[in-house]
Ligand binder design. Structure first.
Ligand code: BF8
Length: 676
């Protein structure tokens, strides 16, 4: 009775309970603060707005004007033949598969269009049409040139010489741009996958032709009356997801690294407590580092610092939300302000002088929250504007990048004196080490001389490291903020599974203190702890933003290349996870993990439960086709245990399920062998 009464009262107030909403104390404080100030956030809206039960099962079709056709599961489940169908006769499998691959299309489009924007800036930098950007990492330029088939040397009078770097850069930019819309051929980066994987994609008919085409074809195939076989629909979904992971996302990562520098381990801090009461706080939110790189450069100038001081502030504090945060963290050590679900809370501190947003994962409600404070909310991208009239739009143009950034930073500084509401910045923040990648893992685990993945492989073979977990993805307000992320990751590292993380999972782990080498002793099993302590790395390696999941793919390819752990990614003792996913991008990422041979578990929900045959196809039959498959597990500990069970199964298949040291064969041993 008491519980019923409490429930009624709560729904009458329509407010979130901060302790139930998040595990993060700083966020709890700010949710409570929002209630004191009468400001509504996503946490409150989640209490009042229930998700559509049919949509969450994936069986609502709204692809034509005769619907929406909703095919709810019968109460007692399906008995006998499943006779449900839409007006046109579409079965639950067709509808769920159409919806699923449209999500892949949305996610692949978002990542890949981001990649295209970077490629455009890259090309204009290579052609010297802008002063703001230049090639920073020449080593990576050469590596990428080779992958794109760009000559890096020239023959002069029979002598092979290094080709001019500017010429290489222009051709890399042109070849990269071509990957989005070339008329013939196949995605060039597909060959960066292990050879058996590439051959498998070819055999299955899912090698992407170009990035845009695969996305467009999904929209065509899912139009009413086109593809009506869930298996054939998923074939196209697979092709588009590969075009994202091994195409648009990978190109975005590579070109960003060449332009802005390949990340190397760097120390910083994370959580709302990084904001400073006596400084101008600029929070950068979104995804494309093309803009945020310039803001970082401008905000760190003496001119801007002095200007801030002249306005009564002690300096400028930059921080980031979402994947922009990860981008500027991994290259400059700019602190993380928070995850996706903390974006409104950053403004509610009352200390956010400007929030600058570009694309993806930006709540429209930011405008309503900003209205309650002095905060300037600035949109910067032509494809991502907001209708509310308190939002400023300063369109960012790479040809005037520094000017635009100067304008934005000045606006924030000028706004410092307008703070009105009482400022309340939570104190919580954690120290972190971020900025890992394919190259730094090679360095840290291989040593400066060996510089390879052999040491990592050795430690997996000898059992100190049980396996690799790629844990990524969003926050989802339908589940307790960061709870799934942290419980999954802690269970993995406790069982000696090293974690590679990106996106909002990386930020959640940062806030929890898991991105420090010292955390190994506290949270890891003895084997992983020993490795981390010996080489001085955290047990959870921050590999960047969501497009940087491509770094996880390439790291997996390197592990295969180093030998001893099978011939393909699907042989590795590895598993993927997105405990709190919510975006279409996460579905595309999940599917390119699966198509690359990785067992991938999602938390919260998956829109497939209303179509049991289609669900079985993704969860079981996909393994026979690609060596990787989907799974759903809501309980975080069980979620991690499923990953560990899969890792153990792979260890057994490789014959490395018994812990053993690698025995070096010396001369004496050789003689003994020869004598036998
Ligand atoms: O691309 S993890 S909530 S921020 S979608 Fe968005 Fe999800 Fe965060 Fe980055 Ni990725």
């Amino acid at each position: 009775m008491v519980i019923e009464k409490e429930k009624k009262e709560k729904s009458a107030r329509k407010l979130a309970n901060s302790l139930e909403a998040t595990i993060d104390v700083a966020s709890q404080r700010m949710i409570d603060r929002s209630h004191e100030l009468g400001i509504e956030t996503a946490f409150d809206r989640a209490v009042t707005m229930k998700p559509c039960n049919i949509g969450t099962q994936g069986i609502c079709c709204k692809n034509c004007g005769m619907g929406p056709c909703r095919l709810p599961m019968p109460k007692g489940g399906i008995e006998g033949e499943d006779t449900r169908k839409g007006i046109c006769g579409a079965t639950p499998n067709t509808i769920a598969a159409r919806n699923f691959i449209r999500m892949i299309a949305g996610g692949a489009a978002a990542h890949s269009d981001h990649g295209r924007s970077v490629a455009e800036v890259f090309l204009s930098a290579a052609r010297k049409e802008t002063d703001a950007y230049r090639i920073k990492d020449e080593r990576k330029l050469i590596e990428v040139a080779k992958c794109l088939g760009v000559d890096t040397t020239v023959e002069v009078d029979g002598v092979e010489l290094d080709r001019d770097r500017d010429e290489i850069a222009v051709e890399v930019g042109e070849k990269a741009m071509n990957e989005w819309g070339k008329a013939e051929g196949e995605l060039l980066y597909a060959k960066r996958a292990p050879k058996p994987r590439y051959e498998l994609w070819k055999k299955q008919g899912v090698l992407p032709r170009n990035i845009d085409r695969e996305i467009v074809e999904i929209m065509h195939r899912t139009h009413i009356g086109v593809d009506q076989d869930y298996r054939n629909l998923m074939k196209q979904g697979t092709r588009a997801a590969i075009a994202d992971g091994w195409g648009g996302s990978m190109l975005a990562t590579d070109l960003q690294d060449i332009l802005f520098g390949t990340p190397y381990p760097i120390a910083s801090e994370a959580n709302l407590g990084v904001m400073k009461e006596d400084q101008v706080n600029i929070v950068i939110h979104g995804h494309e580092p093309v803009l945020s790189e310039m803001i970082v450069a401008v905000a760190q100038t003496r001119e801007m610092h002095d200007y801030a001081v002249s306005k009564g502030a002690k300096g400028i504090q930059l921080s980031g939300i979402c994947c922009t945060a990860n981008e500027i963290l991994q290259r400059h050590g700019v602190p993380l302000c928070g995850t996706f679900l903390q974006q409104e809370l950053a403004i509610i501190t009352g200390a956010c002088d400007a929030m600058v947003v570009d694309i993806q994962c930006i709540f429209q409600n930011l405008a309503n929250v900003a209205k309650c404070f002095h905060t300037k909310l600035i949109t910067t991208h032509p494809i991502a504007r907001m209708e509310q009239d308190n939002v400023m739009h300063i369109e960012f143009d790479e040809h005037h990048a520094l000017e635009d950034s100067r304008k934005i930073v000045k606006l924030a500084i000028d706004n410092f004196e307008n703070r009105s509401a009482e400022v309340m910045i939570p104190k919580q923040k954690s120290p972190i080490v971020a900025g890992f990648g394919v190259e730094s893992v090679q360095y840290h685990l291989g040593g400066s001389f060996r510089g390879s993945y052999y040491t990592l492989n050795d430690n997996i073979i000898n059992g100190r490291i049980r396996g690799i977990g790629g844990v990524v993805g969003c926050n989802n307000v339908r589940t307790k903020h960061n709870d799934g992320h942290i419980r999954v990751v802690k269970e993995l590292i406790k069982n000696d599974v090293i974690v590679l993380t990106t996106g909002c999972n990386a930020i959640a782990c940062a806030m929890e203190g898991l991105l420090t080498p010292e955390s190994a002793r506290v949270f890891c099993g003895p084997g992983l702890a020993e490795v981390c302590e010996t080489v001085g790395i955290p047990p959870v390696l921050h590999l960047g933003s969501c497009v940087d999941n491509s770094r996880i793919l390439l790291a997996a390819a390197e592990v295969v290349k180093a030998g001893g752990l099978g011939e393909d990614i699907s042989d590795l003792p590895a598993a993927g996870s997105a405990p709190e996913w919510m975006s279409e991008k996460a579905i595309s990422i999940g599917h390119y993990f699966v198509a690359s041979g990785v067992y991938t578990v999602f938390g919260v929900t998956l829109p497939v439960s209303g179509a049991p045959v289609f669900r079985k196809y993704l969860f079981e039959e996909f393994e026979k086709l690609y060596g990787g498959m989907w799974d759903l597990e809501i309980d975080p500990v069980e979620h991690a245990r499923k990953m560990i069970a899969h890792i153990d199964q792979k260890r057994q298949a490789l014959g490395i399920d018994k812990a053993r040291e690698r025995v070096m064969v010396d001369m004496a041993a050789r003689r003994e062998l020869a004598a036998v």
